[in-house]
Design a protein around this ligand. Structure first.
Ligand SMILES: Cc1cc2nc3c(=O)[nH]c(=O)nc-3n(C[C@H](O)[C@H](O)[C@H](O)COP(=O)(O)OP(=O)(O)OC[C@H]3O[C@@H](n4cnc5c(N)ncnc54)[C@H](O)[C@@H]3O)c2cc1C
Ligand code: FES
Length: 335
């Protein structure tokens, strides 16, 4: 259950991690009383967050989201990427089944500066969780040889914008557009949607990773899979043609912010009313709404912390025009 605050609400409201540090520091996104206002003006129908806070005054001493996890599996995708399987307590793994879930990981011997966020690829039985990691810079390079254990911080939930539409879709049709390492959150989303009787069509590009690693799993779920080739227009004409069929209730873009802008632009031009879902690419450092590294600006100019604020992706990207780079992407005509 989530807060009914229109399109912008706290992704952690009502969860095991609520109230969080923001409640302690007068910045709760949901509760006006915890923000220091005189009256309660929330529309939250779950257990009162203010009361939870009063009953748990020793928040700072609470057990937080950190643990050490056993590495139970490791598989090379190619020279640039690998799959990592870790063993977590069953209840933590269960809570990671929601699309958009992610964990911070770092080698156990290194300080917290090395924590980096990674999307959940799959949640298996008995607490086994799989992630796909692309090696880019210092944090991921050092995770390449994790040893027997990794330090884990999580669960975190705001890896997708548009979760309300995802949770509402039952027996519908979804188009998933994924490139490179963003196949990981795309597969997790497809798993969730197909369990709810939705028909999935997936357009997948190898991207800079140069590999498609989710094909067999998508096919097992009954998805219609199209493996796409690199093209000068970044595949936008094919995306536009698919959206132009007008048969989708939900369109998910799993990739870069430029891709999200392009898909938002195509949706707006096509007049297609499908819900938009996009992966959250903000730089996440604390994940708790404290450090401010994840701040993004919505199409309407509102600045929000992307680790906590759950947004309607169409409100985040608008019609794709705000940061539109005509020199980079040429939007195709949509018939
Ligand atoms: C919600 C979320 C889910 C993600 N899921 C995956 C995943 O499943 N697999 C995967 O390989 N990568 C994923 N990433 C990206 C991954 O966190 C970065 O690639 C990683 O932090 C890079 O760190 P680095 O030190 O190796 O590289 P750097 O050289 O530091 O950076 C390389 C790129 O990663 C970005 N980056 C660096 N630090 C962060 C950070 N703390 N948060 C977000 N981006 C950062 C940089 O802006 C740059 O574009 C995800 C990011 C987010 C926010
Ligand atoms: S990651 Fe620190 S405030 Fe969002």
């Amino acid at each position: 259950m989530g807060l009914d605050y229109g399109s912008d609400y706290c992704v952690d409201a009502g969860s095991a991690q609520c109230p969080c540090f923001l409640a302690e520091t007068g910045g709760c996104l949901s509760c006006s009383l915890l923000r220091g206002e005189a009256f309660c003006d929330c529309r939250w129908t779950g257990e009162c967050i203010y009361q939870r806070y009063l009953l748990r005054p020793l928040l700072w001493a609470r057990e937080d989201r950190r643990r050490v996890a056993r590495v139970s599996g490791y598989e090379k995708i190619n020279e640039r990427a690998f799959l990592l399987e870790i063993a977590l307590p069953q209840e933590v793994a269960e809570s990671l089944k929601t699309p958009g879930s992610y964990l911070f990981l770092r080698p156990t011997a290194l300080p917290d500066d090395f924590f980096a966020p990674f999307s959940i690829l799959e949640v298996g039985s008995e607490g086994y969780v799989r992630l796909a990691i692309e090696i880019l810079g210092p944090k991921t390079r050092l995770l390449k040889y994790p040893g027997r254990e990794v330090a884990v911080k999580g669960p975190y939930r705001n890896g997708l914008m548009g979760l309300r539409a995802v949770k509402a879709l039952v027996g519908g049709r979804a188009l998933i557009i994924a490139k490179g390492i963003a196949q990981a959150p795309a597969l997790h989303l497809a798993t969730y949607l197909s369990k709810r009787g939705n028909q999935i069509t997936a357009l997948i590009w190898p991207g800079t990773l140069g590999e498609i690693f989710v094909a067999s799993r998508l096919l097992q779920q009954g998805a219609v899979l199209r493996v796409m080739e690199k093209k000068a227009d970044h595949g936008l004409s094919e995306i536009a043609a698919e959206i132009g069929t007008g048969t989708y209730d939900l369109v998910a873009s799993s990739g870069t912010d430029q891709q999200h802008q392009a898909v938002a632009g195509i949706l707006a031009r096509s007049g297609c009313e499908a819900a938009l879902v996009t992966t959250n690419n903000a730089v996440m450092t604390c994940g708790e709404g404290i450090c401010g590294s994840c701040q993004v600006t919505t199409a309407a100019g509102q600045q929000v912390k992307a680790c906590k604020h759950q947004l309607d992706a169409r409100e985040l990207w608008g019609a794709g025009e705000r940061t539109w780079r005509a020199d980079v992407f040429q939007l195709p005509e949509v018939r």
